[in-house]
Each structure stands twice: as C-alpha cells, then as structure tokens.
Design a protein around this ligand. Structure first.
Ligand code: GCU
Length: 326
C-alpha cells in the first residue's frame, strides 16, 4: 500500500476510535522495533505498572514493528491526537523539537552513568517538557546503548568513511556529524534500511548492537566497528491531546510507570547487548572490532565550536550536560 494511503487509512481509523480510545483510557502506543527488542519488554512493564498504579483505569496497547507508521508518521499522528503514545528517539524528535538535538551531539556522554544522570535528572525532564507547544510531551527515556558504524568493510578511522554513503536518521545533527567525519549522509527511515544496505543504496549505517541484530542488518553488513560516536536516548512521548484528557491521578500514575520502566530497561539493555553480540558473532558471522576513537572525536570538534557560535541557547544546555557529574 502506498504510504500516503496507509497513513490516511490509519488516521481515519484512529480518528474514529479516538474519543472512544481516551474515554475508555486505552492508549495506543506505536514503535518501530519488533517484540524481541528490550524496549518492547520495557514498555510492556510500563503498561502493566500504569494499569496497577491507576487502579485499572489506564490500559496501554502496544503496536510494534511500525505497523501504525514509521516514527515520523507516528509522531505526526500523535500531534493531531490520532495516536496516543509513540516510542521514538532523540534523533527523530530533533526535527519536531530542537531541544532534543542536544542529545545528538557526538561524543557527548562520557559513559552510561553520565547518560543516566542527565536523562533521569533535571536536564532530561526539562527537555521532555519542552515539546508541549508542538503537541506532545515526553514521559521518559530508554537506554539505547551507543551507536557504531557497520558496513561490508571495517571502518577504523574517518579516512575509511571517505566516499561512503552512510544512512543516518532524519536528524540535522546526524547529517552534520557524518559530513564532519568525511562521508555522505543519506537520511532514511529505519524500516527502509535493510533493503538499502542489501541493494547498495547506502554503504554503511550506524546503530546499537541490539537494533543491528533485531533488524537483521548483520545479515548484510558483517563488520561492526566500535566508534561509539553517540548515545542517543529512545524517548517515550504522549500526545498533548491525550494527556489533557487524563485525570491528574492518571497522569501521575503514567509518569511513575514510565520512569520505573526506564529503570527496568537499564537491566534489560545490558543483558540484551551481550546476548545480541553473541548471536551476531555465532549465527550471522559478524566481526566486532575495537578501534582508536581519537580521530573520530577530533573530526567532530568543530561541531561544538559552531554550536557555540550559532546557537547560544542550545550550547548552554550542551555545556550543562557535559558538566554534569564532573
Ligand atoms: C534505534 C532507535 C530507534 C531508531 C533507530 C534508527 O534503534 O531505538 O528508535 O528508529 O535507532 O536508527 O532509526
């Protein structure tokens, strides 16, 4: 089905169901991973806790595999209230709410502890709240590890990226990062990437180990290089229209369930990276390579200089993030 037709049919169905959906407090949640991805499990936990904490009035129904549309399409449906919740990530949300671009700066977080201090602390909350005027509100973040390049050949330095077409998410910061590293960025939706890699439309992509395996990219890109160039949080967001229809108690219950599920995800994530790395090595024949990250770090330093010069507000947030916990 053509994508426009698909989207209009989803909108029609969802709009019809919309008033019923909220008055019965069944919240539809869309995301683009499969059921084996830990974020699906974390959100099942969230749904269970939301039901318990609201005394049964909140029911979250999860639609995986982008069946209700890509992340971008789902977020657009969310803005008009045709969908209740979406699990997206900071890269995708950047073009809806610029504050999210802070998280997309390369080599921003020192390690996982730093990532958790920021995302679960005051800065994280401020960014979640920042999109209210865009028609949605962030509820929580989910760990999505670090992102790394993969291709048919090893990528050990920016020199190896020269002349390569690298798929990026539709995020201006990701585009700029790949340009600074010397490659040609090709923005594509996640669901189109397997075929694009397989058919040579792009030469390389970048993601975390778990998504690399659950999306089967390891079948078509056998060299995975630990550039660890970004830790981009997944983000659970809710339509402002839906949020305003919930009672204050339901809002509190949902927010608490969401935060608890992020802590659940912390455990699930670490286990999933180990499991998926083993699977990729043993069943997909993927080689994982440690590399010297210094030349990659150096190649993107001008991005921080440019940010300071061109976007004082965002630069302050980025500095606050960098200074957290030091
Ligand atoms: C991660 C993230 C997704 C995103 C994907 C991508 O897997 O969890 O939300 O869509 O990266 O690269 O598009």
């Amino acid at each position: 089905m053509a994508i426009n037709k698909l989207v209009s049919s989803i909108v029609a169905t969802a709009v019809l169901a919309c008033s019923a959906s909220v008055s019965a407090a069944t919240l539809k949640l869309s995301h683009n991973h499969d059921r084996n991805h830990p974020v699906h499990e974390a959100m099942q936990f969230m749904a269970k806790r939301a039901k318990e904490l609201s005394g049964g009035s909140l029911n979250v129904r999860i639609y995986p595999d982008a069946t209700l549309g890509s992340q971008r399409e789902s977020t657009e449906l969310l803005q008009i209230g045709a969908l209740d919740m979406v699990k997206s990530n900071a890269s995708e949300l950047e073009s809806f709410e610029p504050s999210y671009s802070a998280f997309n700066m390369p080599y921003l977080f020192r390690d996982r502890d730093h990532f958790y201090q920021v995302t679960m602390g005051a800065i994280g909350e401020k960014i979640l709240a920042s999109s209210e005027d865009k028609g949605f509100i962030g509820l929580t973040y989910y760990d999505a590890g670090s992102r790394n390049f993969y291709a048919a050949k090893p990528i050990q330095s920016p020199a190896d990226l020269k002349g390569m077409k690298v798929r990026v998410q539709p995020s201006p910061t990701a585009v700029s990062m790949v340009e600074h590293m010397g490659a040609s960025p090709t923005p594509l939706a996640y669901g189109e990437l397997y075929t694009a890699l397989d058919q040579g439309v792009v030469d390389s992509a970048e993601n975390n180990i778990t998504s690399f395996v659950t999306s089967r990219h390891g079948e078509v890109a056998k060299k995975f290089s630990f550039s660890e160039h970004a830790m981009i949080p997944d983000v659970l967001v809710i339509s402002k229209i839906t949020w305003d229809k919930l009672s204050a108690d339901e809002q509190t219950a949902l927010k608490q369930a969401a935060r608890e599920s992020s802590m659940e995800m912390k455990e699930l994530w670490a286990a999933s990276e180990d499991k998926n790395r083993k699977y990729a090595e043993e069943k997909m024949g993927v080689t994982f390579m440690s590399i010297d990250k210094t030349p990659f770090v150096k190649s993107v330093e001008p991005m921080y200089v440019a940010l300071k010069k061109n976007n004082a507000e965002l630069s302050v947030i980025v500095e606050e993030i960098r200074n957290t916990g030091v």
